[in-house]
Design a protein around this ligand. Structure first.
Ligand SMILES: Nc1ncnc2c1ncn2[C@@H]1O[C@H](COP(=O)(O)OP(=O)(O)OP(=O)(O)O)[C@@H](O)[C@H]1O
Ligand SMILES: [Mg+2]
Length: 332
């Protein structure tokens, strides 16, 4: 399978008054063409920092401490600001939780959409103004049809505040898909919405992703959302990916005690099953615990976990980072 994105050994740190926050500590994963990859983990595990590092939108106080982000054969971390801008908004686009950070309240939707479409040289190079405007209008209308918005003409003329939360999120999705990017990063795209609207919007994204064979990284703390929409899943903890594999395989038999904990915390249909939250809290990333960063909360903790960090292993069809599976090579 063709890889669209390959993140290798990526580390990101933040300078704060408390010290250095070790937000990402050598994460590696790939995104295949046409797949939806779920990125899960509790708050503070590094999901958003991962997306910011890929898009090169990390804040000022950050530092890439190592690694690479290969996209279409190029390391995005090495591109000039001008070149990354060409990638961002055209080949890689984003959908965020809060439409307000993305939609400008003082411009009509049509105006903002037009600015995005003009990133496409095939559109911006049309000399004849009338023809260019007509192409833009046609593209916008098509995009709004894609996301099942009833009257595109009205939406184009609207200001963001005239639309409901669900509508605004549909607009963002329409914009994200409009230039047929290779990759879309959606960071908690529906968390702010009602549950029923949430499901509709996700289904829509899944539909478009399949229709256009786009790759999507779907960031969410909701494992149910990933189960329903994603092909593969990466579970993050304290700036590491602790388990990574096919959604079906991982959900049928989670291997990492952290993944198992997250699964036990999921509401389930069978009433007898207990919902249980993982005890303890996420570690302080200024002074992370020695050894495995999960050991203080782990039910299966062993002595080795307290002193030495586990390495990623290929086990039962997925990658898992846990001493429990650290059998000698060739062992049973
Ligand atoms: N600008 C910043 N300055 C200092 N620390 C930061 C900054 N941005 C993020 N962090 C830290 O990096 C770590 C990872 O944060 P991140 O936002 O990626 O978490 P997340 O998994 O997206 O969580 P959530 O589910 O709450 O969105 C956290 O410890 C966070 O406090
Ligand atoms: Mg986040």
């Amino acid at each position: 399978m063709e890889k669209v994105l390959e993140v290798k050994d990526l580390s990101v740190q933040f300078k704060t008054y408390r010290g250095i926050v070790k937000a990402l500590n050598g994460i590696s994963f790939d995104v295949l063409k046409g797949e939806m990859l779920g990125l899960a983990g509790e708050t503070g595990s590094g999901k958003s920092v991962t997306s910011q590092a890929i898009m090169r939108t990390l804040p000022e106080n950050s530092k890439i401490a190592g690694g690479s982000v290969l996209f279409e054969g190029k390391d995005l971390l090495k591109l000039t600001e001008k070149d990354i801008e060409m990638v961002r908004g055209r080949s890689i686009t984003a959908v965020f939780q809060d439409p307000h950070t993305y939609l400008n309240p003082v411009f009509r939707i049509g105006q903002q959409f037009k600015d995005i479409l003009l990133n496409d040289p095939a559109i911006s190079s049309i000399k004849d103004k009338k023809k260019r405007e007509a192409t833009i209008n046609e593209k916008m209308t098509q995009s709004f049809r894609d996301v099942k918005m009833p009257s595109p003409e009205r939406i184009i003329r609207s200001y963001p505040h005239e639309l409901s939360g669900g509508m605004k999120q549909r607009v963002l999705i329409a914009m994200a898909f409009s230039l047929k990017p290779s990759l879309i990063i959606a960071d908690e795209p529906t968390t702010a919405l009602d549950v029923t609207i949430q499901a509709q919007v996700l289904r829509l994204m899944r539909e478009l992703q399949k229709k256009y064979h786009t790759s999507v990284v779907l960031i969410t703390h909701d494992l149910g959302v990933i189960a329903e929409n994603c092909d593969r899943i990466a579970i993050m903890y304290a700036g590491r990916i602790v388990e990574f594999g096919d959604v079906k395989t991982v959900y049928a038999k989670p291997l990492h005690p952290y993944t198992q904990g997250l699964m036990r915390a999921l509401p389930r249909a069978d009433k007898d099953a207990q919902i249980e939250s993982i005890g303890g809290t996420v570690p302080d990333l200024v002074n992370p615990p020695k050894g495995c960063t999960f050991h203080e909360r782990c039910r299966n903790v062993m002595d080795v976990c307290k002193t030495s960090p586990p390495s990623p292993l290929f086990h039962e069809g997925r990658i898992v980072e846990c001493h429990l599976y650290n059998e000698p090579l060739g062992g049973s």
